[in-house]
Ligand binder design. Structure first.
Ligand code: BDR
Ligand code: CA
Length: 323
């Protein structure tokens, strides 16, 4: 029996999702992968997830397809960042590995209703998870934790205030963030601290194994665009892979904005207790004015050891040459 942490990954691969899968498959016990439409359409995200299980030598990991479209929102994709097929300009053959027949949402329900020891990682829009909660409300008590790449403590990317995964399906994110399930959020405030450049493509090329070759090809697409990129989803999963990579976090209340003219899809973090130079400084002063004082519901990552992240990422990709 493996003593690795068991996880189910809901994702929309996507270039940085592929890097996250490389880390998770090596370091965690990946019980299943569910694809969601996001960066590109579901037909590509589920195919790319199947491809990654083959590439990493783990075609035994089941892959399910969930929802392609957000609950209410108009469709938003990120094909300009990830390419129309989700892998930059890399063209892959249809994997031999088959997609599971069960719908991804039913898989999530069955898995979490019948197991207590599996964490849920989300690297895409939260559509599948929200639909699963609506279909089986007991899930709110059954999912022990969600590690979520999404949102931001401060800054957006798709809009000035909203991060892509939340912006694509704000209603779904609201359902999940209000569910009471313990959430750890790794948002753009952390993942923007990661800088991958064309020099990193060269490092990967020299490793000489199929996973590294693929990593170099997909990274060259995004890193080449502006001379640098951040692997958001890989940064997020690193919190489970090596807990020392996230060096500071705080429990705060986070709401998802679904109505604002300029703020739809924003993760509104309640930093009122953290007004001073250090967390909690000035708290007594701030409290005087607080009329509405919601309970913290999310552990928000704040600081990140980039050097350590890069080390773990490169070591992991290199290790695929020794499998
Ligand atoms: C998130 O959006 C997607 O484009 C990435 O895969 C990542 O999950 C970053 O905002
Ligand atoms: Ca993603």
């Amino acid at each position: 029996m493996s003593d690795k942490r068991k996880v189910v990954i809901d994702c929309d691969p996507g270039i940085d999702d592929c890097f996250a899968l490389m880390l998770c498959i090596r370091h965690l016990d990946v019980v299943g992968i569910v694809a969601v439409g996001g960066n590109t359409g579901l037909q590509y995200t589920e195919r790319n997830a199947r491809y990654m299980t083959e590439l990493t030598g783990r075609p035994d990991i089941p892959v399910y397809a969930g929802y392609d479209m957000p609950m209410l929102n108009k469709l938003v994709r990120a094909t300009e960042v990830h390419g129309s097929g989700g892998l930059g300009t890399v063209v892959i053959e249809e994997p031999k590995k088959q997609l599971e027949k069960q719908h991804g949402v039913d898989y999530l329900i069955d898995t979490f209703m019948n197991h207590d020891d599996i964490s849920l990682i989300t690297l895409g829009p939260l559509t599948n998870v929200a639909q699963a909660i609506l279909k089986e409300p007991e899930l709110k008590k059954r999912i022990p934790e969600i590690l979520c790449m999404g949102g931001s403590a401060f800054v957006g990317n798709t809009t000035p205030t909203a991060e892509f995964n939340i912006y694509v399906d704000p209603e779904a994110a609201k359902i999940v963030f209000e569910s009471g399930i313990p959430i750890r959020m790794v948002g753009l405030n952390v993942t923007r601290q990661n800088r991958m450049t064309p020099d990193d493509v060269e490092i990967l090329k020299k490793m000489g194994n199929p996973v590294a070759d693929f990593a170099a090809q997909i990274l060259s697409f995004t890193a080449g665009m502006n001379g640098r990129t951040g692997l958001c989803d890989a940064c997020a999963v690193s919190w489970l892979v090596d807990p020392d990579i996230i060096t500071k976090s705080a429990m705060v209340h986070v709401d998802v904005e679904t109505k604002g003219e300029f703020t739809r899809g924003m993760t509104v973090c309640d930093w009122r207790e953290y007004m001073g130079k250090d967390p909690k400084e000035d708290i007594a002063h701030e409290k005087q004015f607080v009329q509405w004082n919601p309970t913290p519901n999310v552990e928000v990552a704040l600081e990140f050891n980039e050097e350590r992240f890069r080390q773990v990422l490169f070591d992991t990709i290199e290790s695929y040459g020794r499998q």
